[in-house]
Design a binder for this molecule. Structure first.
Ligand SMILES: [Cu+2]
Length: 153
């Protein structure tokens, strides 16, 4: 009887430490997600592996945009990303000025899959002056397994 109780306790201890691990996993899953506060992207800099889809989630009560401000050296034009699906920054800016698209209202999300390693800076157009900017760092896949078989730049 006593031994059983001890085992139960030991089991509880194991569960507790596993829960700690799960917390870590949850945090890892969050790594592919950027939230928007009043005038900030969080995290400001996010590092992902090539092929990762990043979700930008407007968790604030303000309207924002996710608009790439520059392209990494390795990327071609197809790597441009912006909420609203614009082809370049000027198009996104014009759309914002005209309130004609690309706006992420509270609760809206925008996703982009980053396929080419490099540094991707982006901004929130309406809050650029408040320094609402962010960066996604895309690293090559760890295992060389299928690396660069779809290159063709
Ligand atoms: Cu904003």
């Amino acid at each position: 009887m006593k031994r059983r109780a001890f085992l139960a306790l030991a089991g509880a201890g194991v569960s507790t430490s596993l829960a700690g691990c799960f917390d870590g996993s949850a945090a890892a899953a969050e790594d592919n997600r950027v939230t928007m506060t009043q005038v900030k992207f969080r995290p400001k800099e996010l590092t992902v592996t090539a092929g990762t889809t990043v979700t930008f989630d407007n968790t604030s009560s303000h309207s924002h945009t996710v608009t790439a401000s520059g392209l990494p050296d390795a990327a071609d034009d197809s790597e441009y990303f912006a909420s609203g699906g614009f082809d370049d920054y000027d198009a996104a800016k014009d759309a914002w000025d005209a309130r004609s698209g690309g706006i992420l209202e509270p609760g809206d999300t925008y996703e982009n899959t980053f396929t080419t390693p490099g540094r991707y800076d982006y901004v929130c157009i309406p809050h650029l002056r408040a320094d609402m900017v962010g960066t996604v760092i895309v690293e090559p896949e760890d295992d060389a397994g299928n690396e660069s078989t779809t290159g063709g730049y």
